[in-house]
Design a protein around this ligand. Structure first.
Ligand SMILES: [Zn+2]
Length: 344
């Protein structure tokens, strides 16, 4: 297995900023150490080479995301500095239920238009790091598509699955999985995305909601209880030509292994019916008990079982790192998942 990893990710560090929705004013969970711990574990387990991503340019990103949002992510921090402030660029007014789709000219207005929560600040190096996170995913996809490596791992940071076409949030700026899936479609591939992060991948769902060329299946905590709250219900099946190409499996808090695996089997049966050429897996390790962002009662021993079920497809696949915040446990978790996937 080839792993793609950009060591420069540590330049984006929201770790000193307060976490959204935290009654105790905890600091952000999305810190550089997450990815370095995963990197060290993959290296120590000797799964294969770890290489830096290539540059596929802005096009694969712009094919999925709105250029107004990309401009804000790219230039917002500099413009913010010109307003002589050292604060991170976080909205204070949001475009919830907007009267119109007119985009404000003011930076405050713009950031409230494109950003949907307070946990996703634009900092000095955010654009650069998010750009290379997306390139990491596309590089991994290109190798899996070329066929020389059946399984590739994109060790992305920041994560991506909450970022929609014209909206970012939930620690996510660019949707690495969606950019990758869309790029693979452009190469003539039929793509199924399986999202096993604890949270619903609202961004991925939105990007493909009206399309039948990409199947999206997600297992996640019920949005009635958990972030991102407004998307991820079981009756969101897709729209127009995308109808029946979107499947959500909301799960109760404290879901155990038996229920999780039974539900995963159901989701994977949809993937089988779709007959994909290639799989894109949004992997969140926040499904394991002890994660500060999760509630499920799965243990590290569940991960090889999840990996084995996905590996049984015997198709080319790109594993894309999404969440996972229990830093001391991440190394053991990622190795357990790949041991199952690779049949070790
Ligand atoms: Zn998550």
């Amino acid at each position: 297995m080839h792993t793609f990893y950009d060591a420069g990710h540590n330049r984006h560090d929201p770790g000193q900023l307060p976490q959204a929705n935290s009654p105790d004013n905890d600091l952000s969970l999305e810190v550089p150490r997450r990815a370095t711990v995963l990197y060290e574990a993959i290296k120590a387990a000797a799964f294969g080479p770890i290489i830096a991503p290539g540059d596929f340019g802005i096009e694969p990103i712009g094919d999925v995301h709105d250029y107004g949002m990309l401009n804000l992510l790219q230039h917002g921090y500099r413009l913010w500095q010109e307003e002589k402030t050292s604060l991170p660029l976080i909205p204070h007014t949001y475009s919830v239920r907007p009267q119109s789709n007119r985009i404000p000219r003011s930076l405050w207005g713009m950031v409230g238009y494109y950003c949907f929560d307070s946990s996703t600040p634009i900092l000095a190096h955010t654009w650069d790091v998010a750009y290379w996170s997306a390139q990491t995913a596309v590089s991994a996809a290109a190798l899996a598509y070329a066929g020389s490596q059946k399984v590739t791992y994109a060790l992305c940071r920041p994560p991506g699955h909450h970022a929609a076409s014209n909206m970012y949030g939930g620690y996510c700026y660019l949707n690495n999985a969606a950019i990758t899936a869309n790029w693979l479609v452009q190469q003539g591939q039929r793509v199924a995305i399986v999202d096993v992060d604890y949270h619903h991948g609202n961004g991925t769902q939105e990007i493909f909601y009206g399309r039948s060329d990409v199947l999206y299946c997600s297992l996640h905590a019920d949005p009635f209880n958990e972030y991102p709250f407004f998307w991820g219900h079981g009756d969101e099946y897709g729209d127009g030509p995308g109808r029946s190409y979107n499947f959500n499996y909301p799960l109760p808090r404290h879901t155990d292994e038996a229920l999780y695996l039974r539900t995963l089997d159901e989701a994977l049966s949809k993937v089988r019916l779709f007959v994909p050429d290639i799989l894109v897996i949004s992997l969140g390790l926040d499904i394991i008990a002890g994660d500060p962002a999760g509630s499920f009662q799965l243990t590290v021993d569940t991960l090889p079982k999840i990996g084995a079920r996905i590996g049984a497809f015997n198709l080319p696949m790109v594993i894309i790192q999404e969440g996972g915040y229990n830093i001391p446990a991440l190394g053991e978790q990622i190795v357990a998942f790949f041991n199952g996937l690779l049949g070790k």
